[in-house]
Write a protein that binds this ligand. Sequence first.
Ligand SMILES: *Cc1c(COP(=O)(O)O)cnc(C)c1O
Length: 380
Amino acid sequence: MRFETKAIHTGQQSDLSTGAVIVPVFQTSTYQQEALGKHKGYEYSRTGNPTRTALETCLAELEGGKYGLAFSSGLAATTAVFSLFGQGTHIVLGDDLYGGTYRLMEKVFRKWGISATYADVDDPESFERSITAQTRLIWIESPTNPLLKVIDIKRLAGVAQAAKVPLAVDNTFASPYFQNPLALGADLVVHSTTKYINGHSDVVGGALVVNDEALYNELKFHQNAAGAVPGPWDCWLTLRGLKTLALRMREHEKNAKYLAEFLSRHEKVVRTYYPGLEGTRDYEIASKQMRGFGGMLSFEIKGGVPAVERFLSGLKIFLLAESLGGVESLVSYPAKMTHASMPEQERLKRGITDTLIRLSVGIENCEDLKTDLENALLDS
Ligand SMILES: *Cc1c(COP(=O)(O)O)cnc(C)c1O
C-alpha cells in the first residue's frame, strides 16, 4: 500500500461490533475486566484508548516506523523525549528551531540539571564539535522554523551513530508526506500534529515515532507515567485530518512554490526563504531527502518595522495568527510571536530579524493568495 491508502486505512478497520466504517470516538476512561487480570487490552484511558491506538498505528506506518505514541501537544511529546535523560546529561540542538522547544530546554529542563548546546545548522561539523561525553541526544528540525533551512539528515545521522548518540528529528514542517527521517537514519521522529497532520487548526496534539523497541518502551512508560495524553475526540479529529494529508500537502506545496517565486521577484522583498527555490544549498539537500518542499515560507520586507506593520494590516485573506499547517493561510511575525520567548540577541544572531515575516500557505486559490500579498505589499 502507498501513502494515500495507508493514511485512510492503516489502524482503521471497520468497527468489529457494529461495522462502522469510521473508528468510533471511544469516549471512556475505563474498561470492564472479564475477570481479575483478564481484559481486551485496555484498562484505563491514560494507558491506552482504542481511538488513540488507531492514530498511533497510522502515524507510525506513515513515518515508516514500528511504534507511534500520541501526546496532548507537540511540546508534551518533546517533554517525554527530554525526560529520558537525567541530571548532568547534555543535549545538542540545532540553533534554528521552534521557540517553544528552546523555551522548554532553557526554562524547564536546565533547572533539572540538563544542559544544552545549540549547533549551527549551516555547519554540520558544529554538531560534531558540540558533542561531549555527557551528550545523550541530538535534536534538529528540518526544514527549520522560521528560516526554512534544510539539514542533511543522512549526514547528521552518521555523526550521531559514530558518537553513539540518538538523533531526533522534528518533522512537523515537512510532514510524513514529504519526508521520513527514520529512513534517513534518524532514531526518533517528533511531530506537532496540531499542524499539517491534523491540518484544520482545530486540535492541539503531538506524536513520536520510533523503531527501537527499548526506546519505545521508555517513551511509552513516560506517556503513561506523566500522563500528557490526548483525549479520544482529539485523536478522532486528528485521524480525520490525517486521511487527507496527501491531498492537502500537494496543494500547500503548489501554492507555496507559486508565492515564493512571486515574492523572490518582488521589489519590496529583500530575501525569500523557501527550500523549493532553485540554486541554493537548501534546495540541493531538500531535493535529495524530501519528496517535496512543503507549504512554509519566510521573507524579509524592505522598510523596517513600520513596513511590517502596514503589510500585516493590509492582508485580507492571510490571517495574523500563531501556528501553521491548516487549510487556511496564516501570516506570523516571528520576532514578536513564535520567537518572542528568545532573547533579542539570540534571535538576531540566528537571523530572525525584525523584518522577517513567515507564511503558512493554505489551500485557497493561489491567485487569490497572490493578489492578497500583492495588495498588502503595495500598502507597506
Ligand atoms: C508547533 C510546533 C511545536 C510544538 O507543538 P505544540 O503542538 O504547539 O505543542 C514543535 N515543533 C514545531 C516545528 C512546531 O511548529
